[in-house]
Design a protein around this ligand. Structure first.
Ligand code: ZN
Length: 238
């Protein structure tokens, strides 16, 4: 049993899993560098040696349908590396020292797009639908949620029930006011109609879900991020 295990978001399947290190490479401690800068994991050392030491190890995602390999760079204390060597060779050894700290993971887990300029009400849910795409989850729920995000985003921009009884009218009002280009209007209507179908019939395709999430991302960038960024730029150049 390996004592080094890390709770990480898998870069291959995006699931949060416990990765157990199979094997660590040589590790090093930088204090005192002039005496013994390099140690081998297999050589027993002073058990009271609690200097920080860094190493890297390999692990596989434990999820049955994934199993993807991951390289983990981490820091622990010096004697824990020695104990790790023992725990690998004997089931009697159980490590209960301080947990190691992850310094880096390769490949880098994908990050969902998010922006502080987007309305708070939709930020979490938009992060979740992006994760739903990477986890290959049910597309109908993603498509239905895209419709809701569009509705909330338009309301935040002033296109709420005061601008139209139904979402269709509010999209057209945003187009008439110049907020949306013609192509964005067409995409907004597609999101609205596909979202309705998804909620009533649960028959969306994965490709449709990917397209709509991409549109929502572009829509949020154009309507929320671009106006803020030009303001920031103007205040710098003025
Ligand atoms: Zn995985």
């Amino acid at each position: 049993m390996s004592m080094f295990s890390f709770n990480l978001k898998c870069p291959h399947c995006s699931c949060l899993e416990y990765f157990k290190i199979h094997r660590i490479e040589n590790y090093h401690s930088r204090e005192p560098a002039q005496t013994e800068p390099q140690y081998n994991a297999n050589i027993p050392r002073n058990p009271k040696d609690n200097r920080p030491a860094q190493s890297y190890g390999t692990a596989n995602c434990p999820r049955v349908n994934c199993g993807g390999p991951v390289l983990i760079w981490f820091e622990s204390i010096h004697f824990s590396f020695r104990d790790h060597g023992r725990s690998l060779n004997s089931t009697e050894w159980i490590y209960n020292g301080p947990p190691p700290k992850v310094l880096g993971v390769w490949p880098t887990p994908p990050c969902a797009d998010d922006s502080e300029h987007w309305p708070d009400r939709l930020r979490t849910v938009f992060t979740e639908v992006q994760e739903d795409i990477s986890l290959n989850r049910d597309p109908s729920r993603i498509v239905g949620t895209c419709r809701s995000i569009l509705e909330v985003a338009l309301a935040s921009l002033g296109y709420d029930k005061s601008k139209g009884k139904v979402l269709s009218d509010r999209i057209d009002a945003a187009r008439n006011d110049g907020l949306l280009t013609e192509a964005m209007r067409a995409w907004a209507h597609k999101t609205r109609m596909d979202g309705n179908d998804a909620l009533h019939e649960l028959n969306s395709s994965r490709q449709e879900a990917i397209e709509l999430v991409n549109f929502i991302r572009t829509f949020l960038e154009i309507t929320f991020d671009l106006p803020k960024r030009i303001l920031d730029l103007s205040s710098v150049t003025d």
